[in-house]
Design a protein around this ligand. Structure first.
Ligand SMILES: Nc1ncnc2c1ncn2[C@@H]1O[C@H](COP(=O)(O)OP(=O)(O)OP(=O)(O)O)[C@@H](O)[C@H]1O
Length: 303
């Protein structure tokens, strides 16, 4: 079931077109990524979906409701973490949760959230004294306190160190495991590859592709390479040339380089094993979303 349906969404500021006919849908229970460089229109699109900005054209339905018209009903069912959410420095963690809970008719017990999000010992701490990671965990907890069916998380890990980012990723997976559909706005490709079931790639106010991260990479026709050293003489061209997915077998010094598409590496490894050919220094250079973005737009990422 689609929980979000966006069709032909347009938004202009003065003479500038920010969104130019954007369409996508989000299915129940998925983590849906909105990926694109700075200024691509991601936040504008998501804020139109949340009902915070009014589109100039197109239709938006969230849980069957029109965010422009059914604002209050919808607000009870979605949780929003805005890109630049801020709280007063002096507010305590529990006070912020209690305040946010008061906005909803049937909120969750925030004491549970404080436990779940590892903030129990920070319950009485002031916002200004929290670390970056703790602040982000609080923002997620605040987005969930209304017991939403859909949570919108915008640039959640910007400014966090690598370890705090990883912790946040695990927590986002947990949100989905609890049955909440997650819309994740990000300009980090690794984050989107790790977390998202499907991704809409934004570029200059348009969507250039919607697919799973693997589908985006494969869909661009990008080839991967695997490299290894043979431990005994063999003719790799004859041995591997007809393996499904393989498009080329060459040599680079001591190394054999096999180029191909899809899951050819598994088939190559199986063929080598069947012929008892031992290899060492095996390395697979996978294509990434960076390569997919380049193939889709003809440009490299411009952050
Ligand atoms: N209220 C506004 N008035 C005028 N222009 C705006 C307004 N809000 C956004 N813009 C412009 O719209 C464009 C898209 O902004 P948006 O924040 O949606 O991009 P984004 O993809 O989310 O980028 P970022 O990752 O930097 O937030 C930018 O050029 C921005 O300057």
């Amino acid at each position: 079931m689609s929980v979000i349906e966006v069709t032909g969404l347009t938004k202009r500021y003065a003479a500038q077109t920010i969104l130019d006919g954007v369409s996508f849908s989000v299915e129940e229970g998925e983590i849906f990524g909105i990926l694109g460089p700075n200024g691509a229109g991601k936040t504008t699109a998501v804020e139109c979906v949340e009902g915070l900005r009014r589109p100039d054209g197109g239709t938006v339905r969230v849980l069957g409701l029109d965010p422009g018209a059914d604002d209050r009903t919808l607000r009870e069912q979605i949780g929003v973490q805005l890109q630049h959410t801020q709280l007063p420095e002096n507010i305590k963690v529990w006070e912020a949760l209690d305040l946010y809970a008061s906005f909803y008719a049937a909120p969750r017990d925030w004491r549970e959230l404080v436990e779940q999000w590892g903030l129990a010992d920070k319950r009485d701490a002031r916002f200004g004294k929290l670390s970056g990671g703790q602040k982000q965990r609080l923002f997620i907890a605040l987005a969930l306190v209304g017991n939403p069916r859909v949570a919108f998380l915008d640039e959640l890990t910007t400014g966090l160190d690598p370890q705090a980012r990883r912790v946040t990723w695990e927590l986002i997976k947990r949100v989905r495991a609890n049955g909440v559909t997650v819309v994740l706005v990000s300009h980090f490709m690794d984050e989107v590859e790790e977390l998202c079931d499907r991704v809409a790639v934004f570029d200059r106010g348009r969507i250039v592709a919607v697919d799973s991260p693997d589908g985006l990479i494969e869909g661009t026709g990008a080839e991967h390479q695997m490299r290894f050293t043979l431990m005994a003489p063999a003719d790799p061209g004859t041995l591997l040339g007809d393996v499904p997915g393989v498009s080329g077998v060459t040599r680079d010094g001591d190394q054999v380089v096999v180029t191909g598409r899809g899951d050819f590496a598994t088939a190559v490894t199986a063929r080598l094993a069947r012929h008892h050919v031992l290899v060492s220094d095996l390395r697979i250079d996978k294509r990434t979303l960076d390569d997919a973005f380049l193939a889709l737009t003809g440009r490299t990422w411009e952050n």
